[in-house]
Design a protein around this ligand. Structure first.
Ligand code: UDP
Length: 242
């Protein structure tokens, strides 16, 4: 008998305890949010397609030497993951101008950046996830300087791997958000990687294959996410059986 208690209910996933104190169960939900949760919709099939995409990407990254929290895939929406202490920072990397960067700095949408930019946001719903810099984050003891160095190096390495992967399936990786956790003295990749947390532009049509479809009411989210999943499956489906 598994003793499962809901530990945390997020916007897109729920986390449950398991019999093993070192292991949690993560369930992907059929829910989409925008405007930091102020707009919320049930979307049938979203949990499953995000689960499938994240599973493939994490399996691929892990095969490429990036340690992740993923232990095992259980069912269509459930994964067992290592229990980590989440660093309360959203780590955003941008290759191309889009979203809040375009708005905030009045930059042209779609302009490629000479070097990837890394930004940090403090994970705090009550404060609406404010932007934070490293000097603030270390002063607040959210993260240590050594951890910051590791986070930056891992984020850039993940970017290089994923730019290459998406390029092979005709997709430009515009930007993405990662979360890291402390695990047995190391930092490992946690949370998920799905079109909910990144921008993917089709190289031929330049259309969005990500959550901007929902944010901007540009089409059916599940159909669009399934396109990404199909292309990824053709490319790296073999890594899925972890
Ligand atoms: N992002 C995310 N969670 C957030 C905010 C942003 O996953 O709470 C992702 C978003 O999907 C995009 C990248 O981080 O891929 C950069 O987002 P941006 O700052 O442009 O925010 P937006 O205003 O578009 O949400």
């Amino acid at each position: 008998m598994m003793s499962e208690t809901l530990l945390y209910s997020g916007k897109a996933k729920d986390l449950f305890s398991t019999d093993d104190p070192e292991v949690l169960k993560m369930i992907y939900k059929d829910q989409a949010t925008a405007l930091n949760g102020k707009r919320k919709e049930q979307i049938t099939g979203k949990g499953e397609v995000n689960y499938e995409i994240s599973k493939l990407i994490f399996a691929y990254l892990s095969q490429q030497g990036i340690e992740t929290h993923l232990i095992k895939n259980v069912s269509e929406t459930e994964q067992l993951v290592k229990k980590v202490t989440i660093i309360p920072l959203e780590v955003v990397l941008r290759n191309v101008v889009a979203g809040s960067f375009a708005r905030k700095f009045g930059q042209p949408l779609g302009q490629r950046l000479e070097q990837p930019i890394i930004e940090y946001y403090y994970k705090n719903d009550a404060l609406d996830d404010p932007a934070i810099n490293i000097s603030q984050a270390t002063a607040l003891k959210l993260v240590t300087p050594t951890e910051v160095a590791t986070i930056e190096a891992m984020t850039k390495q993940i970017n290089t791997l994923l730019i290459k992967l998406f390029n092979e399936i005709g997709i430009d990786l515009i930007d993405f958000k990662l979360e890291f956790g402390r695990y047995q003295g190391r930092l490992i990749l946690a949370d998920e990687f799905s079109p909910d947390n990144c921008r993917l532009w089709d190289q031929k049509t330049h259309s969005s294959l990500d959550k901007d479809v929902f944010r901007q009411n540009k089409g059916d989210l599940v159909t669009v996410y399934e396109t990404v999943l199909q292309r990824l499956t053709k490319m790296i489906g073999g890594f899925a059986n972890v």
